[in-house]
Design a protein around this ligand. Structure first.
Ligand SMILES: Nc1ncnc2c1ncn2[C@@H]1O[C@H](COP(=O)(O)OP(=O)(O)O)[C@@H](O)[C@H]1O
Ligand SMILES: [Mg+2]
Length: 234
């Protein structure tokens, strides 16, 4: 598997507080890697470390062969990383259409780029809301918008931080179906989520963080009840 993102001994934190204690794993081209862990274990801090949003980072964050560490976030995004942030964070006072187009970019892949029309084909509910301000959308609609906005940057790597959090089971199902479609198209994905059953179905590999370290890594078959109990308490 050709690596797309390589994390090597990543340490990060907030001021004197160290949150990541040397995290290493790869996401290969076309791979779906799930990152799991209880609240406060450093998953979002790892996402911030990749995107240049953490106050300090040590170690290596390689995207293809480029070192991302120390680069500004806009350049990291332009290099081909699309983020669906924790809490969605759509632009509240922009319309749905503006949210989709504000950060859109053709990306580098060249083939089959995402367009507004293709996002609406994936999330038909958004079609009727194109002129609505994002802050008037339901939680589920905002989540779809956040995913659509990230796809419109045509990212080589899509990162989703708790994209199914706070959604009804039906809406969660819709997000998982979307991710399966993206996976079938060969989209590389780093997925942070707490729902074990869909992760087992979709993830090529699973990494579990505990106190800023990789506590376990493997495939769905290896993710036994014992591992879940030990690392996630579920
Ligand atoms: N902006 C911040 N300033 C200080 N500490 C933070 C900040 N964000 C998160 N932390 C702390 O870093 C640790 C990891 O948080 P986080 O990366 O958000 O975990 P997770 O995403 O796994 O729930 C927690 O102890 C949290 O309190
Ligand atoms: Mg988090």
């Amino acid at each position: 598997m050709r690596p797309l993102l390589r994390l090597k001994g990543v340490e990060a934190g907030y001021g004197p507080a160290r949150v990541l204690n040397g995290v290493s794993f790869d996401v290969g081209v076309g791979e779906v890697v799930a990152l799991m862990g209880r609240n406060g274990m450093g998953k979002t801090t790892l996402v911030r470390s990749i995107l240049g949003l953490a106050p300090w980072v040590r170690g290596r964050v390689l995207f293809e062969t480029r070192e991302l560490r120390g680069q500004p976030t806009y350049r990291i995004a332009r290099a081909g990383i699309g983020l669906v942030p924790e809490g969605r964070q759509t632009f509240p006072n922009l319309t749905v259409r503006e949210n989709l187009t504000a950060t859109a970019s053709p990306g580098r892949s060249g083939k089959d780029p995402w367009t507004v029309e293709r996002v609406l084909a994936m999330f038909p509910q958004l079609a009727a809301r194109m002129r609505a301000m994002a802050n008037t959308l339901s939680g589920g609609e905002q989540q779809m918008l956040a995913i659509g906005r990230a796809l419109m940057t045509n990212p080589a790597l899509l990162i989703l931080d708790e994209a199914t959090e706070g959604l009804s089971p039906a809406l969660r199902q819709e997000i998982w179906a979307c991710l399966a479609t993206l996976q079938a198209r060969g989209q590389s994905i780093l997925l942070i989520d707490k729902h074990v059953a869909p992760i087992r179905r979709i993830a090529d590999r699973i990494v579990i963080l505990e106190k800023g370290r990789v506590a376990w890594r493997g495939t769905a078959e290896g993710l036994t009840d014992d591992v879940l109990d030990r690392t996630l308490g579920v």
